[in-house]
Design a binder for this molecule. Structure first.
Ligand SMILES: Nc1ncnc2c1ncn2[C@@H]1O[C@H](COP(=O)(O)OP(=O)(O)OP(=O)(O)O)[C@@H](O)[C@H]1O
Ligand code: SF4
Ligand SMILES: [Mg+2]
Length: 331
């Protein structure tokens, strides 16, 4: 394993949403995340809608000032909002958003869109700008003709290639990909994924790859982490993760994904039936936040939030079933 490039310690991002009896009420979108990401890996972050994946990404990018916790990137503390971060570190940390339509300025052409980060970070002199933009477009397999097109005149796949080009413009070390293909046609998704993998190899990039798609992570991620209601509930190397899923929520997710081979079918956990609804992140139940849906809950799960435990090297799980103090089954 390479050295860590990013270490996230007990990160919290709470949004005030309303007042109840004079007291503020919060959405605990990210609620105590610990995550170390190593240089050159693809860390897959998977979870249902509303689990806090994008909020984690935006907080790491400095778009929100964290409510608590710490983000260390390339050895420096970046737990402040983006405007207070050193420019040299901002250059190294980039993001590609889910929806290329809304993340590209519609009143700018592609040249203007790509020129902005190059100017902000003083990457090239004015006279070298055109050559540099041509080079960046080539990285994402777009011809120089695209320079004077507008985002609106392009297809979704091409727009996402421009978003990737914009992220690459500053020659970063780390890119957060927040569901980079989920808004695209299936026919284009594979092309974008292959391009991202090629770029990752060529430029030795580190990716935090956010997705709903566990099957995709099986094929491309180095490690996989599962997020549920603002917390990571399981994390392991990809091979170990799919061979030996431990958390009841992970098993539930895995049991519902389609498989293409007998080998995969053999590894798939038995169908797990969820017994309840996803609680609101404004009103997370006490104890384990998964207990309302968990078929394996015990009396202890109603009272105590489990802590993360390393059950084998690199395989972490947050569930009382793997702790010595597990109680009586009430499911
Ligand atoms: N600015 C905000 N103010 C208040 N609540 C917010 C804000 N941003 C996100 N939330 C809430 O935080 C929770 C997590 O949202 P987030 O967008 O991070 O989830 P997600 O895992 O990225 O979901 P999806 O898979 O749908 O993109 C949700 O309940 C959402 O409504
Ligand atoms: S701690 Fe209890 S409720 Fe939570 S996942 Fe484990 S068994 Fe289920
Ligand atoms: Mg999201």
């Amino acid at each position: 394993m390479n050295a860590p490039i990013m270490t996230i310690n007990n990160l919290k991002m709470y949004f005030p949403v309303q007042k109840s009896k004079g007291k503020p009420v919060y959405v605990k979108a990210v609620d105590g995340v610990d995550l170390t990401i190593y240089k050159g890996e693809i860390m897959g972050l998977v979870g249902e809608s509303g689990s806090g994946k994008s909020t984690l990404a935006y907080t790491v990018m400095g778009m929100y000032k964290p409510t608590g916790g710490q983000i260390i990137f390339q050895g420096r503390d970046i737990s402040m909002s983006s405007d207070k971060r050193p420019l040299s570190l901002k250059k190294d940390l980039q993001i590609v958003f889910q929806d290329p339509g809304s993340s590209l300025n519609p009143s700018h052409n592609i040249r203007q869109i790509l020129e902005l980060p190059l100017r902000v970070h003083k990457i090239v002199k004015r006279e070298e700008m055109e050559r540099k933009i041509t080079q960046i477009l080539q990285m994402v397999e777009l011809s120089p003709n695209y320079m004077y097109k507008s985002p609106a005149s392009m297809g979704g796949g091409e727009r996402q290639m421009v978003s990737i080009a914009r992220a690459l413009a500053t020659d970063p070390t780390f890119i957060i990909l927040d569901e980079p293909t989920s808004a695209l046609d299936v026919s284009i998704q594979a092309k974008i994924i292959n391009m991202l993998l090629k770029l990752q190899q060529e430029k030795q990039l580190t990716y935090l790859f956010i997705t709903h798609d566990l099957s995709l992570m099986r094929n491309i991620a180095t490690r996989v982490a599962i997020m549920y209601l603002g917390k990571i509930c399981e994390m392991a190397d990809t091979v170990e993760f799919f061979r030996n899923p431990l958390h009841p929520y992970t098993r539930m997710l895995l049991s519902s994904i389609p498989v293409v081979s007998e080998e995969e079918e053999a590894l798939k956990p038995k169908k797990v039936i969820s017994t309840g609804e996803i609680p609101s992140p404004v009103n997370v139940p006490p104890g384990c936040s998964f207990h309302l849906r968990c078929p394996e809950k015990t009396e202890l799960c109603f009272r105590e939030d489990p802590v993360m435990l390393e059950v084998s090297p690199g395989h972490l799980v947050r569930c009382h079933a793997y702790q010595k103090t597990a109680g009586v089954n009430v499911a």
